[in-house]
Ligand binder design. Structure first.
Ligand code: HEM
Length: 213
């Protein structure tokens, strides 16, 4: 009888140990998820820092939506200028009319481009702050983060510094001197910037939804 009891005691102890182990891992996982002993940014958590309990999903989603709307209004406008406006203006025979029309139409887009550049940058950096994902800049696989930032920096420099100080005056003088050449260079520059932007958008959408390059 005592042998049977002993066997029973051993079996119960072993079951208890197994249960304790399982319970321990459940407690650990739950603690990591809800109370935050989880890791900070690393390659597998994609920069989502849940551990400090600071990740505010609602504000992140709103910032992301705002980011995308600003990108659509901004790069969509750049696409229109590059693929429709400049090619049509290049075909106008009167060179004076070309310049006047371009000034009128691009001038209208200038405010939209400036405002959407600011919103894109602010919402982008806000998302990085919320995710605490600054270390993405250290990894080559996040090249689309580098490219988005590069595109944003180029446009910010052009719109807020180079255009008012140098480019506008240079383009006006060049368009009066040699209109064909001025519009050719204008078209080339827009094509380069649009192509970089499209690659950045492709990389950002694919990369932020789990595609690994
Ligand atoms: C300072 C500049 C910028 C910063 C800091 C920034 C930051 C970010 C961040 C943190 C995300 C979310 C990534 C994720 O969820 O894992 C994102 C998404 C995105 N960004 Fe930017 N961005 C910037 C500029 C740009 C520019 C210039 C473009 C367009 C050319 C762009 C297009 C996008 C797109 C399309 C997404 C993906 C949205 C989605 O699919 O949900 N961003 N950006």
């Amino acid at each position: 009888m005592s042998d049977e009891l002993e066997a029973l005691r051993v079996a119960v102890t072993s079951l208890q140990e197994k249960f304790d182990e399982k319970q321990k891992s459940i407690v650990l996982v739950t603690t990591a998820l809800f109370w935050g002993s989880g890791p900070k940014y690393n390659k597998t958590n994609c920069g989502f820092n849940l551990s400090r309990g600071q990740f505010n999903m609602e504000s992140f989603v709103l910032a992301r939506a705002l980011h995308v709307i600003a990108v659509v209004m901004w790069i969509g406008g750049v696409a229109f200028v590059t693929t429709v406006l400049i090619p049509s203006i290049k075909r106008i025979p009167d060179k004076g009319d070309r310049l006047a029309l371009f000034e009128k139409l691009e001038g209208k887009f200038s405010f939209q481009a400036k405002a959407t550049t600011l919103i894109t940058g602010a919402s982008g950096y806000y998302m990085l702050h919320v995710m605490d994902a600054w270390s993405r800049y250290q990894y080559l696989e996040y090249w689309w983060m580098h490219l988005m930032t590069l595109v944003w920096t180029i446009f910010t420099l052009v719109l807020f510094v180079l255009e008012p100080l140098v480019l506008h005056r240079w383009f006006m003088a060049e368009a009066i001197k040699d209109s064909d050449n001025a519009f050719l260079w204008l078209h080339r520059m827009h094509t380069v910037l649009l192509s970089l932007s499209i690659i950045a958008i492709f990389g950002a959408v694919a990369g932020s939804h789990g595609f690994s390059f």
